[in-house]
Design a protein around this ligand. Sequence first.
Ligand code: XMP
Length: 498
Amino acid sequence: SADEIFNSSTTMSGYTYDDLICLPGHINFGVHDVNLSSRFSKKITLRTPIVSSPMDTVTESSMAIAMALEGGIGVIHTNMSIEAQAQEVARVKKFKAGFILDPVCVPPTMTLEELDALKQKLGFTGFPVTDSGRMGAKLLGLVTKRDCDFIEDRKTRLTSIMTPVKDLVLAKEGIDLVSCNDMLQKSKKGKLPIVTESGLLVAMVSRTDIKKNVEFPNATKDPLNKQLLVAAAIGTRPADRDRVNALVSAGVDAIIIDSSQGDSVFQHEMVKWIKTNHPNIQVVAGNVVTKRQAKHLIECGADALRVGMGIGSICTTQEVCACGRAQASAVYNVAKLAKVYDVPILADGGISSPGHIVKALSLGAGAAMCGSLLAGTSETPGEYFYSEDGKRLKRYRGMGSIDAMKKGSDDRYFGTAAAIKVAQGVSGTVQDKGSIHRYIPYLTQGIRHGMQDIGAQSVQQVQSMLQDGQLRFELRSAAAQREGGVHGLHSFERKLFD
Ligand code: XMP
């Protein structure tokens, strides 16, 4: 049982996911019968137990929207101004399936040459033209592929080739998606701009988006107002109280206090302050890896705990600070203590496959928080570029890397006042993984297969099997770990899903 492995007085070792393997149980249900619903915090339940990390190369509004639509939740990072972070939260809360609320706009003075560069960078072809080149300004027209083809002089300005607003089919603010669909079908147009009475652009609907399935049955929504749920990270400085107030005004549902070592007086005070001043907001405290740290934060009122220290793919904390814990040991031990108080935990970092998520849930986590696993998807901030050998890549960096800390994340490592910034993370690149809307279904299907093999039809069931010792694990030797991966081939190609 997990208790025998993690609390054996003879080994005193720390174990991580790869050190363990779950022994299979008995299957008497289908893979689709596995229910992955699980708790993110005391009051928030997810149908997909996956959370995107508050990192500046992972979660801003596009990622948080996609994660919530797929049944998980995204945590907007805090490496930006208070206003910018509140706006990112507001974007998620305002999201309505099928409506593009922040279409990229262009000014009428832009040249075709500049538009060509923008198209290449963003990969889409139709843009609204507004007087300031921004969203929310007066709509002047639309430029689509048809307007631009066959024009030789690429210095031509958009004002002379765009379809002007008088020739466009427009919808009025407040229209619903079904009516938009009707208008698009009748007019045979590709794009439908939505404007206010005075002609300011507020949204757009695109025929190609409507053709895609806009139904997300697993979406993480507020049952009352149907808005998507979103979380946001903050630090522990006194000024972060202003940040919390702004995030709450923007509609945030959960605040994550972002610190590599959560058991500090700064964090204790912050948890208590939020719970006193914003009692309806869920507070996720951390990070912790020991029962003692966890107990302190639970006593301050935390609604969930984030577990993991120095085990992320981009982390150097254990190397630099000699502190941390192997992740399976941390998750199991903290989850055991937190269960006594009915506080869910998030297994944060070190996850590189659906199998790791199965292990995290099997060791007591309510959900898995992932950085590198989700980095490189199209919803993450940043643009793709190509490596010399033709691979499509995106940047992924630790919040304790020098680059990220220069933008403000040094508070996560208590480094704000220090003259020398000591890196606790690195910057790197990851390969393109396509869209979250294809990737999360692959991960969840993988998790369901794992749960089925264990013989557990729900996260709740696997955790009660953990409790009563029915769930059996075995430690793996180094040779067993090698054997459990692909081996003995001259070469192979890994295709993750189809
Ligand atoms: P993965 O393995 O999913 O880990 O890429 C993501 C988690 O790592 C933490 N994090 C860091 N830890 N130095 C650290 O020691 C860093 O620079 C750093 N940046 C992020 C964080 O908990 C995240 O969710």
